[in-house]
Each structure stands twice: as C-alpha cells, then as structure tokens.
Design a protein around this ligand. Structure first.
Ligand SMILES: [Zn+2]
Length: 362
C-alpha cells in the first residue's frame, strides 16, 4: 500500500475548503476569518525559508460522506446529526443553544471537520501519517454525544481517538490546552480506560465542568486528569501544569498516539478567556507533547485546532505550535514516506478501511 504522500516532511498540515462554509451570524467569534488567518500563517511566504518541517494541504482528501457519518455515529446520536443537517437546510438558526449558530454551509463544514479527523486517524493506523496538525473548524471538544455546544457540533478529536483505539486496541491520550474545559470529550470517555483525557483550563468559566476531582469512573477511573487554573494564568503556570499532567497521565497509560485539542484562546489577546499565555507558552506545551510522544507513542501526534478567537494572535500561536511539532528532538521520528517501514511493526500489513472498523466495537 503506497503512502498518500511521497514527501519527506515531518508534519502534515491538512485542511479543507468546506471548513470555511460554516458562517455564523456577523460578529460571532467562531468565524471563517480565524481559519483563513491560520492557513495564511502556515503558507511559506516569499520572505521566509520554505517550511521544510511541514507540508500544507489546503484540500486534503475526505472519506465518502457515508463513511464519515458511520464514524460520527460511533460517538454521536443520529438525532444530533439530523438536527445539524436540518438546521442548515433552513438558515439562519441554531442547534441546541444560541452559541451554535448555523448557516447554509454548517453541516458540510462539520462533516469536513469530522472527515479530516477520521481520515488522519485512518492514515495514522495504516502508517501513512506520523505527525499531523488539522486546521479545521468548527471545533470539537464541547460537542457531546447528543448535544452541540460551545460552537462545536461533532467532536472531531474524539472521533479520531475512537478510530485509533478501535483499530489498534491500544490506549490513546487526548491532551487539551484550550482555555476552556472539553466537557464533550471528557463525557464521551469518562468511563473508559483506553482513552485518557488531560485538560488545563480556566476555571470556573464556560462550560462549568473540569474540576480537579473529575477523574473518571469505573474502568476509566484515573484516566481523566483536570487541572483547573485561575483566570490570569501565564506561560509558566499553564505550561508547568500541562507538563506535569502529561508526564503523570502518559506514564500511567502509555498512549500509542497523543492527540491534542489545540485551542489557543488562553492567549492574552483572546476576547473569550482571561488567561495571559503568549506564543512562547504554546511552544513550551507543544514541546512537552513532542517529548511525551517520543517517550510513549513513537513520535505519533495528531493535533486538532480548537478555539482561539483573536485571529492574528491565533495564527501566530498556531505557527509556533506547528514549528515545534516539526522539531525532531530525538531523531527517532521517521519521515512520512518511510513511516511504514518501522521495525517490529506489522500493523499495516493489511490496510484498514473505515468499513472494517465498523465491525470492531469497544
Ligand atoms: Zn476555548
């Protein structure tokens, strides 16, 4: 099975034009201009050296719509999917709350976001992708199984985690440094031992969850780790908390892949949170992810864009994040074109397709 790309870049940045079709009403913070600024910042310009550490695909392939829906239904109710689809047929409107405003293109955008996540996870389990940043919207982590919330319709990062654990039957870890707690992601995996969730976030604030004593339940007890931080937390406070949480949870579950809910609204310029983080803080947290991935997941990282609502600060922060993802500190990270040749690994002898995974239940 040939890899999807022959280039030797370490990080694949993927996006899709459909992600721009979700156009909430004027003045809504989760606007297409966010993603446009991010993509501009990741494009090598005439005055900067070629971005040899990453490639940017603005129109990455998506799975067929039926396959995307199949994956969404692993974690979301059909009723939620129908509500989003129906609302987009009669715009403007909203789904489940006035923060989830819907335009004519919102369903397609939400499907593209879920599709990018599913395809990246599939490419990762088939050893065609080693390190990836998904520049997508709408974001993921507030979407619950049966409810859109906090600008999120489908939980793309959770869908990717679910796909990887189904395919490999190995644990994964979702590390979330968005300024808000990922209530949806936590709820989906709260009783599961195979998907760990770490979050550093401002607290108390929206969505209200994420207290330190929310640690999981049943088989999942101890696989959720929340580190709530007071408003005003700076680089040192948030990065130290994140590094400690990652070391603790990572050593406990030894994830096969580290997924990142990469939200940048803890930036001091951001209008929706009251944190004081700079690009240097996001670099430091990204470095912690890279080091954790070198220790436990053979360097595999799948990072997904979440919040960040001051477009230019968001763009600079994402650029810093991707630059750090592209740094190979251990020289152990194989290039995309050779990732399938890793020793002692026969997992891609038969490439998995989405329909195979439908038969595997967790
Ligand atoms: Zn947020």
């Amino acid at each position: 099975m040939a890899p999807t790309t022959g280039d030797a870049t370490r990080v694949q940045v993927r996006s899709h034009p459909d992600c721009l079709l979700h156009r909430p009403t004027l003045g809504h913070p989760e606007a297409p201009v966010r993603l446009e600024a991010v993509l501009r910042a990741l494009e090598p310009g005439p005055h900067q050296p070629p971005a040899s550490g990453w490639s940017l695909d603005r129109q990455a392939p998506l799975p067929p719509e039926d396959d995307i829906l199949g994956v969404i239904h692993w974690l979301h109710t059909p009723e939620l999917v129908d509500r989003v689809r129906q609302a987009a047929l009669a715009p403007p409107g909203f789904v489940d709350g006035q923060d989830c405003v819907v335009s004519a293109g919102s369903f397609r955008a939400a499907m593209a976001a879920a599709g990018l996540a599913a395809q990246a996870a599939l490419d990762m389990v088939n050893q065609r992708l080693h390190r990836c940043f998904l520049a997508l919207r709408p974001p993921s982590h507030h979407a619950e199984a049966d409810r859109a919330r906090g600008y999120c319709f489908f939980n793309s990062v959770a869908l990717a985690a679910e796909l990887i654990t189904r395919a490999w039957n190995l644990p994964v870890l979702i590390a979330d440094f968005d300024a808000h707690h990922g209530n949806g992601t936590q709820a989906m995996f709260y009783d599961r031992a195979d998907v760990a969730y770490l979050s550093v976030h401002q607290y108390p604030t929206f969505p209200g969850t994420g207290a330190g004593d929310e640690i999981g339940t049943g088989a999942g007890r101890g696989t959720t780790r929340n580190i709530p931080l007071a408003a005003g937390a700076d680089d040192e406070i948030i990065a130290t908390a994140f590094e400690n949480g990652l070391a603790e949870l990572g050593s406990r579950i030894r994830p096969a892949v580290i997924l990142v809910s990469a939200g940048f609204d803890a930036h001091h310029d951001d209008p929706l949170a009251q944190m004081q983080v700079t690009e240097a803080g996001f670099r430091r947290m990204t470095r912690a992810v890279v080091q954790a991935a070198a220790a436990w997941s053979d360097g595999r990282i799948l990072s997904v864009l979440e919040g960040g609502f001051a477009p230019e600060s968001l763009a600079r922060s994402v650029r810093a994040h991707v630059e750090e993802l592209a740094i190979d500190e251990t020289s152990r990270i194989p290039a995309a074109s050779t990732a399938r040749d890793e020793p002692n690994d026969s997992r891609d002898a038969h490439a998995l397709e989405l329909e195979n995974l439908d038969e595997l239940e967790n």
